[in-house]
Design a protein around this ligand. Structure first.
Ligand SMILES: NC(=O)c1ccc[n+]([C@@H]2O[C@H](COP(=O)([O-])OP(=O)(O)OC[C@H]3O[C@@H](n4cnc5c(N)ncnc54)[C@H](OP(=O)(O)O)[C@@H]3O)[C@@H](O)[C@H]2O)c1
Length: 308
């Protein structure tokens, strides 16, 4: 099968096309014929070597952690899906490839009216947003500040929070303000003076904050506005412990949140109100360009690869 891989850490230039043997599903796993793969900041962070401590990899390494496609082979003990099912979900092996492996218990059925690209964009963003809202224990009527609200995770977090009756103030560049209003959030520009601008929008205060940026003073401003670190979670600042703030990376104990998160997202889709725009679709052969765009970091929604 064709895939994209790298065998040394570095810039996007290290990515190259490769022919690999078909992966064989182990117990509980399935092999998916990939139709589309999501591109995430995690992919370029791993490729650069910046996460070698947290995510050590074996070379050659195929990037990509989520996909949509058709189940092609099932391992022992799989009961959740069958060969021929159209599915979406997180992957166990790299998804920048014509075939990938996934845990059957973390897949959901792709609705027929959803495109492969839309389906591939959902898993990581939905699971992360769902997880953080649970950690923050948001209640109806509260106000949530989201840093980086127009990106993949932010887009899903705004919509899940709004469904829970939570008011959302989202940071974004001016270019994304109309988009955030369309999602139901109140936009605010990031940078110098952010705390004051948020206070002007929420004179009664902010109850909780999600940092999906990891840069600048997002965590410090969140602690200041919520009155302490307890209801602030970052998914992007590994050093947030210096403020007493939790860094969430999905390894928290407890049951997998993937299926509940994807079920909730598909519920919004079936109601015709899910928004997760596709910022750009690249062919597999242009995966390096896709990662370069992801690294520039000013997306509205998600970048995906079209694979078959
Ligand atoms: N720990 C976990 O479990 C986990 C899971 C998923 C993602 N992540 C991390 O979370 C972060 C967000 O992921 P993502 O997939 O949502 O990224 P993304 O889709 O690339 O979106 C990033 C967003 O951040 C905005 N932005 C850029 N600079 C900003 C700044 N200084 N202040 C505020 N917003 C800014 C951009 O919007 P504008 O154009 O409006 O600037 C863009 O929409 C990444 O660092 C990723 O690695 C962690």
């Amino acid at each position: 099968m064709k895939a994209i891989a790298f065998d040394a850490y570095g810039s996007a230039d290290v990515l190259y096309p490769v022919e690999l043997d078909l992966p064989v599903p182990g117990p509980g796993q399935v092999r998916i014929a990939v139709r589309s793969a999501g591109v995430n900041p995690l992919d370029h962070k791993i490729r650069s070597g910046g996460m070698a401590g947290l995510f050590p990899v074996d070379f050659p390494y195929v990037p990509g952690r989520e996909a949509s496609g058709v189940v092609e082979a099932v391992g022992d003990g799989v009961t959740e899906v069958r060969t021929g099912d159209a599915v979406l979900g997180p992957t166990v092996t790299g998804s920048y490839a014509e075939r990938t492996l996934a845990d059957a218990g973390r897949l959901v059925a792709k609705p027929g009216s959803m495109t492969w690209e839309e389906a591939a964009a959902l898993p990581l963003a939905a699971e992360t947003a769902w997880r953080v809202l649970e950690l923050l224990q948001l209640r109806e009527g509260e106000t949530l500040l989201i840093h980086g609200a127009a990106g993949g995770v932010g887009t899903m977090a705004v919509q899940f929070a709004r469904r829970r009756g939570v008011r959302v103030i989202g940071t974004a560049s001016e270019a994304n303000h109309a988009y955030l209003r369309g999602l139901g959030a109140d936009p605010v520009t990031y940078g110098e003076g952010l705390a004051g601008r948020v206070r002007a929008l929420a004179p009664d205060g902010v109850h909780a904050a999600l940092d999906a940026v990891g840069k600048g003073d997002a965590v410090a401003v969140s602690v200041e506005l919520t009155g302490g670190p307890d209801r602030v979670v970052t998914i992007a600042d590994e050093d947030a412990g210096r403020h007493g703030v939790r860094f969430s990376n999905g390894t928290e104990p407890g049951a997998s949140r993937t299926v509940p998160a994807l079920t909730a997202a598909l519920g919004l889709f079936e109601s015709g109100i899910l928004q997760l725009p596709i910022h750009h679709v690249y062919p597999l052969s242009e995966a390096a360009e896709a990662q370069r765009e992801s690294e520039r970091g000013h997306l509205t929604g998600k970048i995906v690869l079209a694979i078959a």
